[in-house]
Design a protein around this ligand. Structure first.
Ligand code: ADP
Ligand code: MG
Length: 239
């Protein structure tokens, strides 16, 4: 279950503000790609466009060759994990994970199996009957990741999922995300402003700044051969 994502000449404006300016990038199936850039450079907007939470005004996005502009979010084969977890507070963990699966035609037995497997993978089996308020931040984020896993998406979209975790938990969760990628073979699109996350997780890093892509390369490329002064400054390597 994996997806090739093609972003072609995508622009986005909010009123007079241009957030993305003719951005193009091809993400091959199974890649772990990290969009790295400062706050406000359009990372979340781009992810939201892929997920279908924001319209594509100019340019196009294709998933496995299919234009997604008119495809409802639930039919795109992607699942998003938010920095703020975005769990439903009135539902248990199990209900949070099951939510939406029936609508996409998964039967009850399959839902139960998927939840059991994801809960084992993420070590949240003992939390299934709790509500989000009874969980720590780290546990909430594992549930949010679990809720994406049970959708069995072709691509995961992560919007700064580790930013609200303390340092130790951030490192641990980072390692687990890398393992998840190995195990599930899905495409991973991860956005962050954190250089260490990008360097340790990415097959390729896309450095963004000021509405556009500054450089695309492996962590080694970016670190050893920064293409612009901005990249050199942002990744902390000598120019
Ligand atoms: P990042 O995730 O890189 O921090 P965002 O994609 O959230 O950046 O935002 C990029 C820019 O677009 C910011 O200036 C933000 O204020 C603006 N923006 C994002 N969403 C909206 C919106 N719905 N309406 C107006 N402006 C927005
Ligand atoms: Mg953001």
């Amino acid at each position: 279950m994996t997806a090739e994502i093609e972003i072609s000449e995508v622009s986005k404006q909010f009123g007079a503000l241009t957030v993305l300016d003719r951005l193009s990038l091809s993400i091959p199936a199974h890649e772990f790609v990290v969009f790295l850039g400062p706050s406000g450079c359009g990372k979340s907007t781009l992810l939201r466009m892929i997920a279908g939470l924001e319209s594509v005004d100019e340019g196009e996005i294709r998933i496995n060759g299919r234009r997604i502009d008119d495809l409802p979010p639930g039919e795109r084969g992607v699942a998003m994990v938010f920095q703020s977890y975005a769990l439903y507070p009135h539902m248990t963990v199990r209900q949070n994970m099951a939510f939406g699966l029936e609508n996409i035609g998964v039967d009850k037995a399959a839902i139960a199996t998927r939840i059991t497997e994801a809960a084992r993978m993420l070590e949240i089996g003992h939390l299934l009957d709790r509500k989000p308020a009874q969980l720590s931040g780290g546990q909430r984020q594992r549930v949010a990741i679990g809720r994406a896993v049970v959708k069995e998406p072709k691509a995961f979209l992560f919007d700064e999922p580790l930013s609200n975790l303390d340092a130790a938990l951030r490192t641990r969760t980072r390692i687990e995300l890398a393992q998840l990628h190995q195990r599930l073979k899905s495409t991973m699109v991860f956005v962050t402003h954190d250089q260490v996350e990008a360097m340790t997780l990415a097959d390729r890093i896309v450095v963004m700044n000021n509405r556009r892509i500054e450089q695309i390369g492996t962590p080694m490329d970016i670190y050893e051969r920064p293409a612009t002064r901005f990249v050199a400054g942002f990744v902390g390597a000598p120019a």
